[in-house]
Design a protein around this ligand. Sequence first.
Ligand SMILES: [Zn+2]
Length: 232
Amino acid sequence: MNKYAHIRLAAYHGNMQLPKLGLVIFTFGNVSAADHQLGVFAIKPSGVSYEDLTPEKMVVVDFNSKVIEGDLRPSSDTKTHGILYKHCNEMGSIVHTHSTYATAWAQALRDIPNYGTTHADHTVYDIPCAAPMDDAMIAGDYEHETGFQILNCLKEKEVSYKEIEMILVGNHAPFAWGKTVEKAVYNAAVLEELAKMAFLTEQINPGAARLKQSLIKKHYERKHGDDSYYGQ
Ligand SMILES: [Zn+2]
């Protein structure tokens, strides 16, 4: 068996989830799966529609985005994935979509406030929106800089990629990640749902208050703390 077969297959299954979950239309979006031991990841080829994807069509690249194996061109977002894997050695998978509600918050350049327990079950933080790129970054290596835009935002917020597994890239769209493809895809879908709920909350009550700190803590800890017991 090909030594990259496991990440090709994982990336393929992850990509196929995106249209099913309503997170992408046409060829928007991409999922990658990394093997940090081998220093490579498999990612969706550029411009290939989801119904035409196969595990064999996934492109294997190293963390500098050099193609290691595959006949097709890797997704145009490959360099962003590469930068993130290079700096985050427990990140096993990355998902990028232009899902509607999360992208709307990214375009509005707003963090998604924590308005309720659904949000608190997943993170104690507001979902950060990384500041838009300055002109020098845009004129430079754009997809490479997007990776740093994400890393810089996490650094500014003093939060690690292990504590928050989703982010909005200002003016652009969301990225989510996780240790596995399943978790990264789950996070991308949860982010879209949280974005939608927060939007509706502000529509119903523009003065809605954020969730109280005590409830944020309670909900996060019952799911993720040392004594977690939550399941539904
Ligand atoms: Zn994009």
